[in-house]
Design a protein around this ligand. Structure first.
Ligand code: NAD
Length: 272
């Protein structure tokens, strides 16, 4: 018997949510976009206006989770815990993009494991997560991430305001932060999902070493991962360009999420 098409519900109709909806609208993913939810009505209106072929129903959070069988969270780090509670209550498989929030809700991940709910975290804005997952199976010893972005990418970050650092005044390469992934996610909640993903895939947030650099000589967001273990070592560098449809998001993040949904709904699975 053929499997029926899964029903996707999107939480957060911003840059990433809109990219994924557009891919479904184009027919690139074999899934039905059933519903969407956002705290901002303006965002859901903009989101719906961009779609030609699919017409997702706007639903409140609980109704959306109940009525869909795969949930895509792409909202905000601080919303993750509330959303996760609803996911657990309704036993729904979920893809989380706000990975910093997951790092602060690992108790709920444990609960999801017990209930056999599938929790998916896409590789997002970096390459190398496949190798890291394999390396973790035996003797992964060291993982570091160096993230380099143009200074304006850090505009409004509270950690910098508290330290009296104005990104607009940074004229030479400046190390803004060195520490572990836990501290990085707290200090740079919107900028450092990659650190969270890397630490969950690898040796955990306390041992993963993060360096964040503001570089006025770059326009790209650059992530360099170095890993060492029984397998040997690797260095993976990603230089991201913004999405052609939405300059607010790295193109690779949306593409990685599309690839992950395809992996969930299609029968051929390539890569670790
Ligand atoms: N995993 C990765 O590699 C990666 C890369 C980039 C961004 N992200 C994360 O993905 C998330 C979405 O990113 P984006 O660029 O689309 O952001 P965005 O700001 O463009 O969109 C977020 C949307 O979520 C909505 N929202 C906020 N709080 C909400 C809540 N409590 N419930 C429902 N909706 C809510 C906002 O109104 C907005 O429409 C962010 O948390 C971001 O940090 C992850």
């Amino acid at each position: 018997m053929e499997k029926s098409q899964r029903k996707l519900g999107i939480i957060g109709c911003g840059a990433i949510g809109t990219e994924i909806a557009a891919a479904i609208d184009k027919g690139s993913i074999d899934i039905a976009l059933h519903g969407c939810y956002d705290i901002s009505k303006e965002q859901t209106d903009k989101f719906s206006a961009k779609l030609k072929n699919v017409k997702p129903v706007f639903m409140e959070l609980e109704a959306l989770v109940k009525n869909c069988d795969l949930i895509l969270e792409c909202s905000k780090k601080d919303a993750v815990r509330e959303i996760f509670e609803v996911i657990l209550k309704n036993n729904r498989d979920t893809i989380f993009l706000s990975v910093g929030g997951i790092l602060e809700s690992m108790d709920l991940v444990e609960e999801a494991k017990k209930k056999k709910i599938n929790i998916y975290i896409p590789s997002g804005a970096v390459v190398g997560i496949d190798g890291l997952s394999a390396a973790k199976c035996q003797g992964l010893k060291k993982v570091t991430l160096t993230t380099r972005k143009p200074p304006l990418a850090f505009k409004g970050v509270k950690y910098l305001v508290e330290k009296n650092i104005n990104p607009e005044e940074i004229k030479v390469e400046t190390v803004l932060f060195e520490g572990n992934a836990f501290e990085a996610v707290k200090a740079f909640p919107a900028n450092i999902n990659v650190a969270a993903t890397l630490s969950i895939a690898g040796i955990g947030p306390e041992k993963t070493v993060i360096k964040i650099i503001a570089d006025p000589n770059t326009t790209a967001n650059r992530h360099e991962i170095n890993a060492e273990g029984d397998f040997g070592s690797f260095r993976a560098i990603t230089e991201n360009v913004p999405s052609p449809n939405n300059p607010k998001t790295s193109y690779l993040t949306a593409l990685s999420t599309i690839a992950l949904i395809k992996k969930i709904v299609e029968p051929i699975h390539i890569g670790t």
